[in-house]
Design a protein. Structure first.
Length: 421
């Protein structure tokens, strides 16, 4: 097992496009790190540079304190589990797991010991004589992991290993991978574009946008203290609501009313004309189910609910609102960056399952004003950030930098000669 250090890693493909742009991430020995971001943000590229399947254009890659930039993949002793975990269909589960050991010329007794140990950990004992074709997706996944385990690798690397599985199995496998990683205590880097996997699996999560690192922090830090609009919109489900806001002292004017936020959160937001407020769906509630001492006129507002989705334990209510052009522009761009997850000029409000609010009601909604974030619409920066609880945020403006890269990319992309020379 070993730590992995990425120091100012750059990857430029042949067309000059920086798929990974000056990324520095330290993965501690035994840590479970998630690389997350929308499609095309450079996750697989970064992972492939760790394993050695892709050349590093600039920067240093260290594994166990040793620079590996020029080492061939097999000399790095890492174990990679891909999205389509290539198992050999004509070999039994036993022989699939044994494969790397056979390749290394290990004795039958050593092979047997290692395979049985791995199979026990992975609960594959009763399947050892079966062929992969007869196994479920989850079982195949475990076989692929077994093959990685027997190698005693320095680290595990996963590239979206669960994306072929159905939702239920994905949930099970997630728990299994997490349990296994903790038991083995092996350094792990795991790529996904699924924020749920990122939140549930990782000790820490590195969020990438167009090859630029945005924030590297624990799931809780990302959720409670996102560095910018991009991270705020990416982490959390349903996504954070963004609405136009004006700040005067610690009073914040929102489309549906004015609330008071804590003094220290308002401090950096003074003197700006128009801001974007971020409020998570979970930080709203049906006022009639909130403790009465929390409900003041200050923190409640009336709104017409146009759709309610009741899920039993909770309900989502949708409330349309109007945004000025300036804010709408930033939100449209954001939606594009996030792979267009939701329509942003409606509020999504999460209500307790006991709530009786229904479609068409003019409802009284409570908002937890202490949890409201304020973002600068020009830079995307979180002005209410608590730096001490936000993990690592790269210097400069990472969100704007990623947007610059995006523009350059748009300039060279459409079949121009610049892209091929
Ligand atoms: N061999 C290549 N040559 C040129 N450009 C490439 C190559 N491989 C990837 N890219 C570009 O690099 C960027 C990052 O790609 P990468 O595969 O790392 O993204 P990703 O984050 O893994 O996305 P996904 O979630 O879709 O797998 C993309 O813009 C892609 O077009
Ligand atoms: Mg990928």
């Amino acid at each position: 097992m070993a730590a992995i250090e990425m120091k100012n890693i750059v990857k430029q493909y042949g067309d000059g496009f920086p798929a990974v742009n000056d990324v520095s991430i330290d993965v501690e020995d035994g840590e479970f790190l998630i690389l997350v971001g929308p499609s095309g943000c450079g996750k697989s590229t970064l992972l492939r540079m760790i394993v050695g399947l892709e050349d590093i254009t600039e920067g240093d890659m260290l594994i166990g304190g040793k620079k590996v930039n020029d080492l061939a993949p097999r000399d790095r002793n890492l174990s990679m589990v891909f999205q389509n975990y290539a198992l050999y269909p004509h070999l039994t589960v036993y022989e699939n797991i044994a494969f790397p050991l056979r390749l290394a010329g290990k004795s039958d007794s050593e092979v047997d010991e290692k395979v049985r140990e791995a199979s026990k950990t992975l609960e594959l004992d009763e399947h050892l004589e079966r062929k992969p074709g007869n196994l479920s997706g989850g079982q195949r996944q475990r076989v692929a992991m077994g093959r990685a385990i027997v190698r005693d690798a320095e680290a595990f690397l996963f590239d979206e290993p669960l994306s072929n599985l159905d939702a239920k199995l994905r949930g099970q496998m997630r728990t299994e991978i997490s349990r296994l990683q903790k038991r083995l205590g092996i350094t792990t880097v795991y790529v996904t574009h699924d924020q749920t996997e990122a939140m549930t699996l990782g000790d820490r999560v590195a969020v990438l946008k167009r090859g630029v690192l945005q924030q590297h922090a624990t799931p809780r830090e990302l959720y409670e203290n996102p560095a910018n609009l991009f991270v705020a919109g990416f982490i959390g489900s349903p996504p954070m609501n963004f609405v136009p806001a004006k700040v005067d002292g610690n009073r914040v004017e929102l489309p549906f009313g004015t609330v008071t936020i804590p003094e220290e959160r308002a401090a950096n937001a003074q003197g700006k004309d128009l801001l974007i407020a971020g409020i998570r769906p979970q930080h709203f509630e049906d006022a009639s189910v909130v403790d009465s001492d929390k409900v003041t006129d200050e923190a409640t507002f009336k709104a017409t609910v146009d759709v309610v989705e009741w899920l039993g334990n909770e309900a989502y209510a949708y409330i349309p609102f109007e945004a000025p052009d300036e804010v709408r522009e930033q939100l449209t761009q954001l939606e594009k960056d996030l792979d267009g997850e939701s329509l942003r000029t409606q509020l999504v409000v999460s209500l307790d399952g006991a709530s009786r609010i229904k479609e068409g009601d003019e409802a009284t909604i409570w908002v937890d004003a202490r949890k409201i974030h304020l973002f600068d619409p020009a830079t995307g920066d979180n002005l209410t950030l608590d730096r001490d609880n936000a993990g690592i945020i790269p210097g400069g403006n990472a969100m704007a930098k990623a947007e610059e890269v995006g523009k350059e990319q748009d300039d060279v992309k459409p079949g121009s000669d610049a892209a091929t020379t």
